[in-house]
Design a protein around this ligand. Structure first.
Ligand code: TA6
Length: 272
C-alpha cells in the first residue's frame, strides 16, 4: 500500500514491513520490519530547511565539501540533492512482490544539467534504493559524485561492519592517510571518518543486516562521536545510536557521457 501525507510517502508491504520517504531530498526516513522494529536512525532534532539528519540522504553531485574550482564550487556540503524538494512521480508497483515508487529532480539551472530519478522499493525482506542519473546534454559530459548516506540504527559499540578487511581507506580524521584495513569487523565506536576505496559490493553489519551495492565502488564509515555535540540537529547521545555505512562513488568524479545514464543501487536486507 502507498499513502501520501504532506511531504511524506508511506509504503507498507503485505508482510507488514514499512518505509517512509520524504520529498525533501528524497530521503528515506524510516524502515521498519514486520514487527515494527526500526532499522534506520533519525535525529529528534531535525531542523526545517536543513538536510534531514538520519535515514538515507542522497549526496549528489558532490560528496563532502565543494571543490575549490569548477561548476560545483558554490554548492553546500554533499551537494543539492538532499536539500531539494523532489517531485513524487507516483507508484511503480504495489503487490506482494514489492511496493515501489519513483521521485525525480532536475539540476538547478546554473549547474551542469542532470536529471535524477530515485526509486524506492520495499519487499518482504529488503529495502532497495536506486539512483538514476541522466545526462541530457548532447555535447557535454556530466561530472558527479554520488553517495547514499545511510544511518543504520545500531549501537556502534556493539555493532560493526563486516567485509572491509583488506580494503584501503582514507582516514579523514588523520589528514586522509591511506590505511589498509586489517579488522574483520570495523567498529566505528569513536571518532571515525573513513573512506574505503573499491570495496566489496557485499557488506554486512554484525547484527545481521546485509548491504549490497551496485556501481557504488566506495564505502564511507562515519561516526562523529562526541564532536556531534556541536551539531545542532543531532540529539543528545545520538552518535551512539547509529552506524553510518555509506555506499558511494566518491574517490573521484564519475564522468557521464552525453545522453547516457548511470544507475547506483543499495539493497538493505533484514536478518531472517
Ligand atoms: O559521512 C561522512 C561525512 O562526509 C563526514 O565527513 C561528515 O561531514 C558527515 O558526512 C555528515 O555531513 P553533514 O553535512 O550531513 O553534517
Amino acid at each position: 500500500m502507498i499513502s501520501l501525507e504532506n511531504d511524506k510517502i508511506h509504503l507498507i508491504h503485505s508482510t507488514g514491513n514499512s518505509t517512509t520517504v520524504s520529498t525533501l531530498g528524497a530521503t528515506i526516513t524510516s524502515f521498519k520490519d514486520s514487527h515494527g522494529n526500526q532499522l534506520l536512525f533519525l535525529s529528534n532534532n531535525c531542523q526545517p530547511n536543513k538536510a534531514i539528519r538520519g535515514g538515507i540522504p542522497i549526496a549528489f553531485p558532490i560528496f563532502g565539501k565543494p571543490p575549490s574550482d569548477g561548476p560545483y564550487k558554490q554548492l553546500p556540503q554533499h551537494g543539492y540533492a538532499r536539500i531539494s524538494n523532489w517531485s513524487y512521480d507516483g507508484p511503480i508497483m504495489d503487490s506482494d512482490d514489492g511496493v515501489s515508487i519513483k521521485l525525480s529532480l532536475n539540476s538547478p539551472p546554473q549547474l551542469p544539467p542532470a536529471t535524477l530519478t530515485y526509486t524506492v522499493t520495499l519487499s518482504a525482506h529488503q529495502l532497495t534504493s536506486t539512483l538514476h542519473v541522466h545526462n541530457p546534454s548532447s555535447t557535454q559530459s556530466l561530472p558527479f559524485q554520488a553517495l547514499l548516506h545511510t544511518y543504520h540504527l545500531a549501537n556502534p559499540h556493539n555493532v560493526g561492519v563486516i567485509g572491509l578487511n583488506g580494503a584501503t581507506y582514507l582516514d579523514k580524521t588523520a589528514s586522509s592517510n591511506k590505511v589498509i584495513e586489517s579488522r574483520d569487523i570495523v567498529h566505528a565506536n569513536n571518532l571515525t571518518d573513513s573512506v574505503y576505496l573499491s570495496t566489496n559490493d557485499h557488506l554486512q553489519l554484525s547484527n545481521g543486516v546485509k548491504i549490497r551495492k551496485h556501481n557504488f565502488p566506495d564505502t564511507v564509515v562515519w561516526n562523529p562521536s562526541e564532536s556531534a555535540k556541536n551539531m545542532s540537529d543531532m540529539h543528545k547521545n545520538g552518535w551512539n545510536q547509529f552506524v553510518c555505512v555509506e555506499p558511494g562513488h566518491v574517490n573521484d568524479f564519475y564522468s557521464l557521457e552525453p545522453n547516457c545514464q548511470w544507475i547506483g543501487m543499495q539493497v538493505i536486507t533484514i536478518p531472517q
